[in-house]
Design a protein around this ligand. Structure first.
Ligand SMILES: [Zn+2]
Length: 579
């Protein structure tokens, strides 16, 4: 054994010395701009042979096969081949063998992470080397988990397995022009599109240093699962998160690799994992938590990844600014005085662009137009009366997905999220004002409102309810509920001063897509019924909009004071209107 080990070491030393000489000579030649320097890249062949020898020695001894470190050592030798020359002729073969060895190791260790590493290797082959003969080569036992067996049984099984499927390729063949083929954006290889499979059509993302939202678009509904691959320190691999979409195929034109490069993720990549499964992998640097959920009509999968607090950029300290006695605080001073938890507010005008929202009772009146007018007015008033920074999700007539609106609020580290809508009911008789926060719907009317605002069916809302509990963890339910209470109350009281028939429909709860995943207190205000004759007319009236917005701002101010009790002790206040 000792001799064998020493021999192994000698071989590797010799190989290392040879590589070193070649490297030095190569560097020297390249300084002379020798056009033939590329021919020196024959080293992968030696590295490959070295890795093969390592593997042969390993599987020749059942004692050695029980040692994980020896498996990892051989795996690393194969990895060295494709890492050193990822476009070289041995790269695909080496990646294939890395997968094979992990597969065999899994048969012995029973570790899930080994199986997943193997799966990952086989998937990467098809993605990186689509024309390689190794693409799709290993599809046998690799999706099966290992049954519980004794170590001896497992070693024997792995040895048997290595004889059949793991015969190392002696002469890996790669197309000579593969370098040219891989230029340009990463696309999935041309593949016959199958009509019974759902096309995955897009990867979209929004990110800041502590938060990333990735959305996978598909042309139809798909079942999906998600998994976290633990980080493997022995390989220096970070943890990876992946989502498998069943009965799906990579759609034509899908950009399969999306570089993200924030503090949490390096990239997202999609690939045809099996004949009918698309896998989307998020290569992560580090993160604290994540959530995966789907939205309907159109179907999409949303992945929210969050970093730790330490990763959050430090906020500049909030200094309480004292007003001179007897003087009114200047605009903007309120936010500072309040020493607030609230400094940035996102105001979201619902719908827009091709999405008109609910039709108004009167001809030519559309929700998307009315809510934009209200949102702009509200933004101005919040700035004037609180000094808070306000971000509008849209300031013109343009289409925005619901998940993008929350993503804007999250990536901008907003402290409050206010979504503006108008209500509707088929009969036209319904009227009044209601304010929602995200939670399970408790009545059918709320489900109908959520279905309409989510542009989906009531049944889909019911389905969503069942998974909502999990999504709600860490969401600001209590704060949102309180904010909704203050806003609802203030709006109704403000409007009732000047208008008759103001109906306070109260604070309600329902699973609104636009509120899902919001990291700050978030509410959706159904300002009035656009389907009602009287309220449709009022909604388009600047005076009514003005009063409505004053009510919303007063509600926000009450909420801010409620969470910043110190403020109440201050005698001088900003020019906010109190109800
Ligand atoms: Zn709406």
């Amino acid at each position: 054994l000792k001799m064998e080990r020493r021999r192994g070491m000698d071989t590797s030393k010799r190989a290392a010395a040879r590589r070193w000489v070649i490297l030095v000579v190569g560097a020297f030649l390249s300084t002379l701009c020798c056009p033939d320097v590329g021919s020196l890249a024959a080293t992968p062949r030696e590295l490959y042979a070295d890795a093969q020898a390592c593997h042969r020695r390993l599987v020749a001894s059942s004692k050695k096969m029980e040692r994980r470190d020896l498996w990892i050592a051989c795996i690393e030798r194969f990895q060295r081949v494709y890492k050193q020359d990822p476009d070289g002729p041995y790269a695909a073969a080496a990646l294939h063998m890395t997968g094979v060895l992990y597969e065999q190791l899994h048969a012995i260790s029973g570790r899930q992470s080994d199986r997943l590493e193997a799966l990952d290797c086989f998937q990467r082959i098809c993605k990186r080397y689509p024309t390689s003969s190794y693409c799709g080569k290993s599809s046998g036992s690799r999706t099966q988990a290992t049954p519980k067996r004794s170590l001896k049984q497992r070693t024997r099984a792995a040895a048997a397995h290595s004889e059949t499927s793991a015969a190392p390729p002696e002469a890996p063949a790669e197309p000579k022009n593969h370098r040219e083929k891989r230029q340009g954006p990463s696309r999935e290889p041309e593949r016959e599109q199958l009509s019974h499979l759902v096309n995955v059509t897009g990867l979209r993302f929004w990110s800041n240093p502590t938060y990333t939202r990735l959305v996978i678009d598909a042309e139809g509904t798909a079942d999906f699962t998600h998994h976290l691959l633990k980080k493997d320190p022995t390989l220096g691999k970070p943890q990876r998160l992946f989502v498998d979409l069943k009965n799906c195929q990579v759609g034509k034109g899908l950009q399969t690799t999306v570089p993200i490069q924030d503090d949490l993720l390096t990239q997202a990549r999609a690939g045809q994992y099996t004949q009918d499964t698309v896998r989307v992998v998020l290569d992560t640097k580090s993160f604290e938590s994540y959530k995966v959920f789907s939205l309907r009509d159109p179907f999409r999968v949303v992945i929210d990844v969050r970093g730790t607090q330490q990763q959050a950029p430090e906020r500049e300290p909030v200094l309480a600014e004292k007003s001179p006695p007897g003087k009114k605080a200047a605009p903007g001073a309120l936010a500072k005085q309040l020493a607030l938890g609230v400094r940035r507010i996102v105001v979201d005008a619902g719908h827009g662009g091709k999405d008109f929202g609910a039709p108004g009772y009167h001809r030519g009146v559309h929700e998307k137009v009315v809510v934009l007018q209200i949102a702009k007015r509200l933004a101005r008033k919040i700035r004037e009366q609180t000094g808070c920074e306000v971000i509008l999700t849209r300031d013109r007539d343009r289409f925005l997905t619901l998940e993008e609106r929350t993503a804007i609020a999250n990536t901008r580290n907003a402290d409050l999220f206010i979504s503006i809508h108008t209500n509707a009911c088929p009969s036209g008789a319904g009227y009044g004002i209601e304010t929602y926060f995200l939670n399970l719907a408790t009545d059918d009317d709320s489900i109908m409102v959520a279905a309409r605002e989510n542009a989906t069916s009531a049944k889909n809302i019911s389905d969503l309810q069942t998974i909502l509990q999990d999504l709600m963890q860490n969401s600001k339910i209590n704060e949102s509920s309180r904010l909704a209470g203050f806003v609802q109350d203030s709006v109704c009281r403000h409007l009732a001063r000047k208008y008759s028939n103001i109906k306070d429909k109260g604070v309600k709860q329902a699973p609104f897509y636009v509120l899902l995943g919001a990291q700050m207190p978030a509410v959706l205000i159904e300002t009035s019924f656009i389907s009602n004759s009287r309220e449709s007319k009022r909604l388009t009236d600047p005076a009514y909009q003005e009063e409505l917005c004053d009510g919303i701002v007063a509600g926000i101010v009450r909420y801010i004071k409620d969470i910043s009790p110190a403020v109440l002790a201050r005698p001088e206040r900003g020019p906010e209107k109190e109800t």
